[in-house]
Design a protein around this ligand. Structure first.
Ligand code: ADP
Ligand code: MG
Length: 138
């Protein structure tokens, strides 16, 4: 069993897709063990995406993440980190496999509906950024 960290991004909450996206996780064997809807501050988004701070799209990324509410979640299941990346699909929706969240819902490479941790180590760091231990209940 693993836990991974997910964010339903503002482009998706704006279009009322929280349930549809969560359904994809559940249909594919992941369980939501923590979930809350928050408005990220600019400082929070900059800290979360620190690894991307030198990328040309950093400013655009932070602006997008604070443009509306997000739903931060912890997902649990077998091989959860890799499984979630599979359910999400490729970063650019044009390259995302049919049936993935990004193929079905993303608007663009920037407004691509979901974030998902890319390693078990980052999953631990990222869930601790938004949740206390006692808010995650498996
Ligand atoms: P992923 O979310 O698939 O792990 P990255 O970690 O490479 O992708 O990028 C983080 C986020 O930055 C992406 O999900 C997307 O919202 C945004 N992003 C990535 N590349 C671009 C780009 N070329 N232009 C605009 N935004 C981008
Ligand atoms: Mg990433």
């Amino acid at each position: 069993m693993q836990r991974t960290f997910s964010i339903i991004k503002p482009d998706a909450t704006r279009r009322n897709l929280t349930g549809a996206i969560t359904q994809k996780f559940e249909d594919n064997g992941l369980r939501v063990v923590a979930s809350k809807r928050i408005q990220m501050t600019t400082a929070q988004a900059e800290g979360f995406y620190e690894v991307h701070k030198d990328r040309p799209f950093f400013g655009e990324l932070v602006e997008m993440m604070v443009s509306g509410p997000v739903v931060v979640q912890v997902l649990e299941g077998e091989d959860a980190v890799a499984k979630n990346r599979e359910i999400m699909g490729a970063t650019n929706p044009a390259d995302a496999a049919p049936g993935t969240i990004r193929a079905d819902f993303a608007e663009s490479i920037g407004a691509n509906s979901v974030h998902g941790s890319d390693s078990l180590e980052n999953a631990g760091i990222e869930m601790a950024y938004f949740f206390n231990e006692d808010e995650i209940v498996g």
